[in-house]
Design a protein around this ligand. Structure first.
Ligand SMILES: CC(C)(COP(=O)(O)OP(=O)(O)OC[C@H]1O[C@@H](n2cnc3c(N)ncnc32)[C@H](O)[C@@H]1OP(=O)(O)O)[C@@H](O)C(=O)NCCC(=O)NCCS
Length: 154
């Protein structure tokens, strides 16, 4: 069974699990902000989500085991920007996370398109997105690194 738990409803232990993942080099270096995240700013970030309508973050559990996180930012009527990270030591989480992410985007948010932004050197994520039908639509540079902007239409 796959469960989505909104960050605003996480237990303290789950919040700490997510913080450890965010600070793991394998995840951190693929994010726009690569700084180590302090516990206080992690908790403040989660609190800030309570009143947010344009973004939503979930911990994904598979048969009780925390598998990773999916999220949407810049949610608009027809489009949302997606994000994803797998628990660093879990193998093959990507596909389960993508399945649930797209289900949420198209059935719950009811957007027409999902956008992803991925560093050009992040082959693993790029390959996963291509497998799910995302197409490269443009590029930009963030912190001196090339970023591919990809899109999937419903
Ligand atoms: C992106 C992420 C969720 C993908 O999850 P995953 O469990 O690694 O996904 P998969 O195991 O299905 O791998 C996806 C594909 O990349 C391939 N791959 C694995 N390691 C790779 C590597 N080092 N280089 C290139 N491709 C790689 C896999 O073989 C797989 O392809 P296949 O299905 O043809 O075998 C996960 O790698 C992650 O959390 N990365 C860190 C955070 C991140 O980069 N998030 C995305 C930011 S845009």
């Amino acid at each position: 069974m796959t469960e989505l738990i909104n960050f605003t409803e996480l237990t303290h232990a789950d919040k700490m699990t997510v913080l450890a993942w965010r600070n793991d080099d394998r995840i951190r270096f693929n994010m726009y902000s690569t700084d180590i995240i302090e516990e206080s700013s992690h908790l403040a970030f989660i609190e800030s989500l309570r009143n947010a309508t344009d973004r939503v973050y979930f911990l994904v559990r598979q048969d009780g085991e925390p598998l990773g996180c999916i999220y949407f930012t810049d949610i608009k009527e027809k489009n949302a920007v997606m994000g994803i990270y797998a628990a660093p030591d879990v193998k093959g989480a990507g596909k389960i996370l993508m399945d649930v992410l797209l289900l949420y985007a198209f059935d719950c948010l009811r957007v027409d398109t999902v956008t992803s932004e991925v560093f050009a050197d992040n082959e693993r994520a790029h390959k996963l997105y291509v497998k799910y039908g995302f197409a490269d639509i443009s590029e930009k540079t963030v912190n001196g690194r090339r970023v591919k902007i990809m899109e999937l239409k419903k």
